[in-house]
Design a protein. Structure first.
Length: 340
C-alpha cells in the first residue's frame, strides 16, 4: 500500500526517469556514478530556478505561461556582468540581473492586467523588447564574468555543488510560500477557479501581478548566475523556454493550474540534464536526439500526470464556496502528500 501511494505521487516519475537515464549512462561509459550526479547537480539548479518561476505562473490557471523567460535570462546575463564589472560588486550585479527580470515582467503585467492582452502574447511582446535590448548590449560588449563568482558556482565540496544546496533552500522557501502564506493559498485558489476566487474576495489582479513579477525576478537571477558560470551571450537563455515548461509539467504541476509541485521540478530537471549527457555520449545526430528526448518526455509526462490531465475538468471545477486556506492541502504537493 505504501509503495502504491508513493507511485501515485506526481513528482516521483521525474526522479525515476532521471535514475533510469543515470543507470544507462553508467552502463555505457566508464564515468563514475558520483561524478555524473555531481555534474548534473551543477547544471540543474539554473533550470530549477527558472522552473520555479514558470511553475508559479502556470499554477495561476489556464492560459498563464511566461514565454519571456528565455530573453530575460540573456538580457539579465549581460546586465549583471556589466554592472559587476563596473561597480566591482558581485551582489550589486546579481541584483541588477534580478531587477532586469522585474522590469521586463512589469511590461507583461501592464499588458495583461491593464490592456487585457492574453498572457502568451503579452510575455512574447515583453520578450521581444528584451531580445532587442540584448542585441544592443551584445554589440561591442567587453566585460567578463567575475572570477570569484565563477569559482563559487564551480565549488563542489564533497561533490555537492554549493549552488545546488542554495537552490534546494530556495525550493523549500517556495514550498513554504505556497503552503504557509496568504499569497500561496490565494494563488492555488485562483488556479483552481478564478471566478470562485473573485467571489471569495481574493485580489486576483494583485496575485497575478505578483506571480509574473516573481517569474521575471527568478529568470533574471538565473541569467545573472548562468552568465557568470558560462559567459553572457544573446542565446544564453534559448533552451530554457521550452525546458522550463517541460520540467514544471513533468514534475507534476497541473498545466491547467491549481496544483503546484516544487519538489518535482528537481526530478525533471535532473532528468533533462542527464538525458542531454546520454545523447551526447552516444553521439547521436541532432534529429535523433530530439526524437529520443521528445519520446521520453511524452512517456514520462503520461506517467506523471496523464490520468490527472484527463480529469483536469473535475480537478478545477468551480466550487460554491472556495476559501484560500482550503487550497493549501488540495493544491500543493511537496512530496509529503498526494493530490490528484
Amino acid at each position: 500500500m505504501t509503495l502504491l501511494r508513493t507511485l501515485a505521487r506526481p513528482w516521483i516519475w521525474g526522479f525515476a526517469a532521471a535514475a533510469l537515464v543515470w543507470v544507462t549512462i553508467l552502463a555505457i561509459s566508464s564515468q563514475g556514478g558520483g561524478q555524473t550526479v555531481s555534474l548534473a547537480l551543477s547544471l540543474a539548479p539554473y533550470l530549477v530556478i527558472v522552473g520555479l518561476g514558470q511553475m508559479l505562473v502556470i499554477t495561476a490557471g489556464p492560459g498563464n505561461i511566461d514565454v519571456s523567460v528565455a530573453p530575460v535570462i540573456s538580457l539579465a546575463g549581460f546586465v549583471a556582468v556589466q554592472v559587476t564589472a563596473t561597480t566591482g560588486s558581485v551582489p550589486v550585479g546579481i541584483l541588477a540581473g534580478i531587477w532586469t527580470g522585474l522590469a521586463v515582467a512589469l511590461v507583461s503585467v501592464v499588458a495583461i492586467l491593464g490592456l487585457s492582452v492574453p498572457p502568451i502574447i503579452a510575455t512574447l511582446a515583453a520578450g521581444l523588447i528584451a531580445s532587442s535590448l540584448t542585441l544592443s548590449l551584445a554589440d561591442g560588449f567587453t566585460a567578463v564574468p567575475d572570477d570569484g563568482l565563477r569559482g563559487l558556482l564551480n565549488l563542489r565540496p564533497a561533490g555537492v555543488p554549493v549552488l545546488a544546496v542554495a537552490v534546494a533552500a530556495l525550493t523549500a522557501l517556495v514550498v513554504a510560500l505556497l503552503r504557509r502564506t496568504t499569497y500561496g493559498r490565494s494563488l492555488l485558489a485562483v488556479g483552481q477557479s478564478r471566478p470562485a476566487a473573485e467571489r471569495a474576495g481574493i485580489p486576483v489582479s494583485r496575485i497575478i501581478a505578483t506571480t509574473y513579477l516573481a517569474s521575471g525576478a527568478l529568470a533574471g537571477l538565473a541569467g545573472a548566475l548562468l552568465a557568470a558560470y558560462i559567459a553572457p551571450s544573446p542565446d544564453l537563455g534559448t533552451r530554457y523556454l521550452l525546458d522550463s515548461v517541460a520540467v514544471v509539467v513533468i514534475g507534476g504541476t497541473l498545466i491547467s493550474g491549481g496544483r503546484a509541485v516544487p519538489v518535482g521540478i528537481w526530478g525533471s530537471a535532473l532528468f533533462f540534464i542527464l538525458l542531454d549527457g546520454l545523447v551526447n555520449l552516444v553521439g547521436w545526430s541532432t534529429a535523433a536526439q530530439n526524437l529520443l528526448k521528445g519520446g521520453l518526455v511524452l512517456f514520462v509526462l503520461f506517467l506523471a500526470g496523464g490520468g490527472t490531465l484527463r480529469n483536469a475538468g473535475a480537478t478545477i471545477r468551480p466550487r460554491r464556496r472556495l476559501r484560500p486556506a482550503a487550497a493549501t492541502t488540495a493544491g500543493t504537493d511537496t512530496g509529503e502528500n498526494t493530490n490528484g
